[in-house]
Write a new protein. Structure first.
Length: 421
């Protein structure tokens, strides 16, 4: 039930979303699973909230039948069939499913690769786990044997996961903070649990793991070449100076007066967040706003001062010709459809990857119920040279009081071959 892709010790994972349900105490076992229509409906909501479809449904494949290839630096993993067929979870019990979610183990006790984000799912309550299981048992079964992973040595040795778990896996359900409001606790539960937002928005180390102390501090998503910004730094995606409405709009609509989502986050909004209730989205916004800290790293650039000056001069000419008609001569934009660039935190992040990719490839925010006809940006990979791409991105990152740093033509060239997803 993983969502977007994000690298872990032997694999990748990802995304940002939520779950619903009461934050109630959890029983260790559920010998009498409740498969009523209300529970199934709740489970469907939770499965949507967790963006399970993103990983467990291959392109053109049947719902939740698995088989999606997920390239990683360690090889390729193929997602599993979670339909109620014998090749899926048809023989599983609710206890088996909970053990997978909570402990990261198969029914026979075998270790799951952390491509399944059990490090986050361990926080999910038993009640919610049972609801998801009830829903999955209600969908049409698909007979499709799981495809073996194609992992390089030594990552194809599952016993190595024991070491990773010792370093990076902290088992245990979410516990409420009595000093915070019910709404804040709800948001924390949604973001940290089934939503597993930290899987993309936390940096990973050489062992493919994330430290709890580095949660939500941002990082490059390997194999995708998108940067998941820090949710704690107000100079990246930290939301401390955003209103709750602005954060909520971005999560649920995909656009707000402060910006829009593209790339992997657009898929998360499309598959998952747009379907969340207003109350859940607001709770997430309250929590995300509370964790923002204005502690940015000092800006760094490898571009020499003279080169940067020339780039920015060229960049203004490119911007005035190609960009100003939508984003305004002063970078003011026409929100929410054409995001402002002046003062836009996503433009000024330490990593310029996302800005370069948008200029090269263009893109659309997701089409959502509350924004069904999003306005997009055309690609400029064919019409602009590497120097021009670097120039206009450098200009946008430094004009109008923006405090970003210039980028080089080599950085632009490197991202021309990045995957489009």
């Amino acid at each position: 039930m993983s969502a977007h892709m994000r690298i872990l010790p032997a694999l990748v994972l990802s995304s940002m979303v939520a779950l619903v349900a009461a934050l109630s105490p959890v029983a260790a076992q559920s010998p009498q699973p409740n498969n009523s229509s209300d529970v199934v409906k709740k489970g469907e909501y939770l499965a949507r909230a967790g963006d399970c479809v993103a990983c467990h449904t291959a392109p053109e494949g049947k719902l939740f039948s698995g088989g999606r290839a997920m390239p990683t630096p360690f090889g390729t993993i193929y997602t599993s069939n979670i339909t109620p067929d014998g090749t899926g979870i048809g023989a599983w019990s609710a206890d088996d499913f909970y053990n997978t979610m909570h402990h990261g183990r198969f029914p026979d006790g075998g270790l799951l690769y952390p491509a399944m984000p059990f490090g986050s799912y361990t926080k999910v309550t038993r009640e919610d786990s049972d609801a998801i299981f009830a829903y999955l048992k209600s969908i049409p079964p698909v007979h499709q044997p799981n495809r073996p992973h194609e992992l390089d040595f030594p990552y194809n040795n599952r016993s190595l996961i024991l070491g990773w778990r010792t370093l990076f896996f902290k088992e245990g359900e979410f516990t409420q903070d009595p000093k915070q409001s019910e709404e804040w606790n709800r948001g924390a539960y949604l973001v940290e649990g089934l939503g597993h937002c930290g899987m993309c928005h936390s940096p990973i180390n050489a062992l493919g793991g994330s430290r709890e102390s580095e949660a939500f501090q941002g990082g490059l998503i390997p194999m995708q070449d998108w940067y998941a910004p820090s949710l704690t730094s107000n100079k990246e995606a930290g939301l401390g100076d955003w209103s709750i409405e602005e954060i909520s709009d971005l999560l649920q609509k995909g656009v707000s007066t402060r910006g829009a989502v593209y790339g992997p986050m657009a898929e998360v909004v499309f598959n998952s967040l747009q379907y969340m209730t207003d109350e859940d989205i607001r709770a997430m916004a309250v929590y995300l706003k509370s964790i923002a800290q204005d502690e940015p790293a000092p800006p760094r650039t490898s571009v020499r001062t003279q080169e940067a000056s020339l780039l920015i001069s060229l960049g203004k000419a490119v911007y005035d010709k190609q960009c100003a008609s939508c984003h305004g001569a002063g970078g003011e934009g026409r929100p929410p459809h054409y995001p402002p660039l002046a003062g836009n935190q996503s433009i000024q992040m330490e990593s310029a990857v996302n800005g370069i990719r948008m200029v090269l490839n263009g893109g659309y925010p997701p089409a959502t119920e509350k924004n069904p006809m999003p306005h997009g940006m055309p690609p400029f990979a064919v019409t602009l040279s590497d120097d021009e791409v670097a120039a206009v991105v450098s200009y946008i990152r430094t004009a109008w009081g923006n405090r970003g740093t210039p980028v080089s033509a080599s950085e632009a060239n490197k991202l021309r071959s990045a995957p489009l997803q």
